[in-house]
Design a protein around this ligand. Sequence first.
Ligand code: NAP
Ligand code: MG
Length: 476
Amino acid sequence: MFEYAPAPESRKLVTFQSSYGHFIGGKFTKPSNTYQTISPATEEILAEISTATAKDVDLAVAAARNAYEKVWSKLSGAERGKYLYRIARIIQERARELAIAETLNNGKPIKETRDADIPLVSAWFFYYAGWADKLDYAGLGVNPKAHGVAAQVIPWNFPLMMLAWKIAPALAAGNTVVLKPAETTPLTALLFAEICQQAGLPDGVVNIITGFGQSGADLIAHKDVNKVAFTGSTGVGRLIAKQVAGTNKKVTLELGGKAANIVFDDAPLDQAVEGIINGIFFNQGHVCCAGSRLLVQESIQDELLKKLKKRMETLKLGDPLDKNTDIGAINSKVQLDKITKLVKLGVKEGGEAWAPNCEIPKKGFWYAPTVITGVAPTNTVVREEIFGPVLSVLSFRTPAEAVAKANNTPFGLSAGIWSEKGSRILKVADQLNAGVIWANTFNQFDPASPFGGFKESGYGREGGRHGLLAYLKGDN
Ligand code: NAP
Ligand code: MG
């Protein structure tokens, strides 16, 4: 066996300010009511972040309204598109810096921020830039109109990517926005605010307020908001659905998931193992569409699990800034406690948890990649979203049983199918109740492809033409 020499990315390529205010009307406010944001891998304090009060929310929504009425709604689609192209290009130019910043504040490996997150962020802006002057072809008739001011609240698992999924279509369609990032991962959103300044985006078109759940709740409740877009937990999604019921606000909710990754006996097993690994250990399993339930055909279960465990022994857990690292830090102490508690419960309910022998760093928040076998569809670890590097394994005998087990969940976000047989893939995909289904691959994202769920995974789509429609009048 060869040993890997350390290959750390340079921390020096990013400078954060020591403290940040909110980004309102094109300017940063004076920092106030601050809390500390840290690197979950080292617990190093990265910056002081402001907590938005109801008054800050008011100012941000007013700035967005003003920019909408006076500037953004008056520009042609082609002019809006130019700004979006400019933002997309600046993101490409600053890609390395943004990747490091995201890795520092989120804890995810640099190879993911470098090769997945940030390239997708710029791709999203390029894609929607192209739509800005083609709204007449969106399928809503000639000259469809924007909603106005969009309130957008996002989670911590893909901070800048979720921002791009929200802001790019909103601006292309002609809305202005106020966005609140998650409390633990505000830094790339604040760097994005600087990018808006660099791009010369008119003041108030994008506003970023930071803070906790209450700031998000205040933003969504604001009277002058026309459209709400939320990505986060099903629990908070439910609260928001209640909050906006009976108002004129349009809503899209992208919530949790508990995806089945189904492996049939004719699947190419080594390829499936890579797909299972990618499905659940990508981004430490902090992925709404993670393949967190492995459904494996009984006749190949032993062989597949043997291969999977062997592959898991090779995963490198540790410094997220090291280019060799596969598994980075858990985003927060709160999330680590949640994962630990759920796995303990899984074992208490009769499951057997297995993890490779890997060294856990002393500082920061870490969880070894884990497989739980011997569980039934009624067990908590099979039903609840763990949102960590934990895979629950079930077996099946027939395709019908696989479909029944896969659909036996309150969620309906994604699924994976592994089989050599195209007709089987199409038939099973047709029967699965999930918004996105991957065949012989997993966790593939593309700005042209709509993403979103059924049932408790939420409603509305992001990405593609569908994602654009959510920001235009006339879609519902
Ligand atoms: P969360 O607690 O629901 O938080 C999401 C965002 O909402 C954060 O910015 C949060 O602020 C804010 N928030 C909290 N309470 C709020 C309230 N009452 N009103 C308005 N905003 C509120 O979720 P999370 O733990 O950060 O993220 C993990 C969850 O997101 C998982 O369930 C995952 O499946 C889901 N997710 C879904 C998708 C998808 O596209 N379907 C994508 C990514 C993640 P704080 O950060 O201050 O709490
Ligand atoms: Mg939260």
